[in-house]
Design a protein. Sequence first.
Length: 391
Amino acid sequence: MPLDPQLFFRALLAAGINGLAGVPCSILNHLTLEAEASSEIDYIPASVEGEAVSAAAGMWLGGGLGAAMMQNSGLGNAVNPLVSLSIPYEIPVLMIVSWRGEPGKKDAVHHFPMGAATPGIFELLGIPVTVLREETDLERAVADAVAYMQKERRPAGLIVPRGLFQKASTASDSSERPPPILGDGARPKSASPLVFGGGALPSRSNVLAAWMERHPEDLAVSTTGFMSREVSSHGLVDRHFPMQGSMGFAAAIGLGLARTVPQHAVHVLDGDGALIMRLGSLATIGAMAPKRFVHLVVDNGTYASTGGQLTVSPHVDFPAAALACGYRAAASCRGGDGLAEALDWAASRAGAGPVLLQVAVNEREAEGLERPVLSPQEIALAFRDGVAGRR
Ligand SMILES: Cc1ncc(C[n+]2csc(CCOP(=O)(O)OP(=O)(O)O)c2C)c(N)n1
């Protein structure tokens, strides 16, 4: 007998999961619908599965506990932030993964290669998983997974086979949910991005120094590579999360964090290469619209951290893309003479965000930057403790 999907949702809440980010699967439909409608859990409709893992990690950094939900087809999209964020930084995330293409069951042919690989992928990553079955005590299974996550500070997985739950109604069956409006009325109003500038380009260090002067106390998540090295050289471990790894997902971590501590400003210090890698996050952030979210894109036109190879950023209008995705304001700074004014403008907009400021910089990097002295686990814990200490 298929189980009542409500039991699963209740079990998640009972185990202390208060945030969920995911990409839908028909097997998990009930969960998405419950989460969309529930005030007990914060739901982030992620643009890609890795974004869901990263946002759930951001929730933990903010003091919450998040789950990432996905179809197993998307498990591959989640591997990078699992292996370079959740596992090394010891950030617990509950992985709720459907099982399309389970061997021996009927399913569409294209699901079988991933269906056969799914348990093995978890095993390879060292993530314990429980396959939920009709005879499983759901509350117990979820509580055990969460207890493991909390104790070991690691991700844990729950696999949800096809047919486990009674068929959930579809979103369009719900009388409470307004239908999506696809006409002009639903589209963000695209203002034109502002442009600041003049003079020679500043360096990354110039930008970070000017940013720190304005936001000495604020929370920040910085992108992988030189950016996080330079941020961590300031040693402000209780407010800066200098992420190394999970390239492109700094903004998703920042989103999960911002949703968990909306009373605090959250700055994301991004790179052009990283943002291009995960441009979809602009859409999620624009839609969720965290008011105190400031997205600073330090744009050197290169992948500086790996040797200065060219990115395609000269062809991308980041502020226009941000506005088109629903950011409330966006601007670019194209010369050092405008830097102070541009940063002051962004600061003045914090509270009416999300806001994006792209700052063009030269290729000069600070010399002698070392990797962080703290271990990834210590970095994550110091940041989480720092956030908790603000309450
Ligand atoms: C998924 C992934 N792909 C590639 C890399 C290698 N990598 C590390 S930093 C970096 C460059 C990042 O470029 P950008 O975001 O523009 O920042 P910059 O280095 O210019 O500061 C790359 C490609 C990685 N860490 N992870």
